[in-house]
Design a protein around this ligand. Structure first.
Ligand code: G3P
Ligand code: MG
Length: 249
């Protein structure tokens, strides 16, 4: 397993508080703030193109009806993924994974790539995403952290590129989380920081892997989680959170 140097703050979906989530502008916004790593969600179009997008439905971030899994790339690339957010982002596109990786590498960012398959495409999404990422990501640099809520996606990642670290995502506490995390040889535990109890966090800590909490936009709560022993947080406003946790109180 590669050694992991994960910063205390990771920009969520780029830097979602400052630009439309999961777009190239959002990646640039994080880099412009001096943030070291971003988290992005990857899923597939109907014809199997890996794109950076969070929801199964297109509506919230493009205004279009329908599902990502029902449209081909030629139609997805026509959508406007910026105007819902603000006029200055009109015309922003849904990026392919390839385009996003090239910007990340150009900007010198680290990456947590979350495999976010549409239902039924857990294996295929991981296969395509890792195929694209392994072609582009340099072999001599720190690898991306590959995470997912979908255990099949993580299992596929483990089979394909075992040396890339895997983040085991937990939303609601799973009674068998430890067995699953051990089976998947998870390098990090990425848990819902807004719903986890202190007891659950202490249980996760017993695994002695980095603990990353999502999505923490409140500076005081970020400081509190750090006091609990959490190693890092995902934030929409990573500059604000970074300043809060770097300031001694
Ligand atoms: O990977 C952390 C976080 O992004 C997981 O939740 O729904 O924002 O992708 P979500
Ligand atoms: Mg995500």
């Amino acid at each position: 397993m590669s050694s992991l140097l994960i910063p205390k703050v990771i920009g969520h979906r780029g830097a979602k508080a400052y630009a439309p989530e999961n777009t190239l502008s959002s990646i640039h916004a994080a880099a412009d703030l001096g943030i070291e790593w971003v988290e992005l969600d990857v899923k597939l179009t109907r014809d199997g193109v890996a794109v950076i997008f969070h929801d199964d439905e297109l509506l919230r971030c493009t205004g279009a009806d329908g599902l990502m899994k029902d449209l081909d790339w030629k139609d997805i690339q026509e959508l406007d993924a910026g105007s819902w957010y603000g006029d200055s982002f009109i015309g922003e596109k849904i990026p392919t994974l390839e385009d996003a990786l090239n910007v990340i590498l150009d900007r010198g960012l680290g990456l947590n790539l979350e495999i976010k398959p549409c239902p039924g495409r857990e294996k295929e999404t991981a296969e395509v995403a890792l195929d694209v990422a392994s072609r582009i990501w340099p072999e001599d640099g720190p690898p991306p952290l590959i995470s997912s809520f979908q255990h099949v996606s993580l299992e596929t990642a483990m089979d394909m590129i075992p040396e890339w670290p895997r983040g085991f995502l937990i939303d609601e506490h799973l009674p068998d989380w430890r067995q699953l995390a051990e089976y998947l040889e998870a390098a990090t535990i990425n848990f819902n920081g807004n719903t986890a109890t202190r007891e659950e966090v202490e249980e996760y800590m017993e695994l002695q892997k980095p603990l990353l909490a999502y999505t923490i936009n409140d500076p005081e709560f970020a400081r509190e989680l750090m006091r609990w022993g959490v190693d890092g947080v995902f934030a929409d406003n990573p500059d604000v959170i970074r300043e809060a946790i770097e300031t001694r109180h």
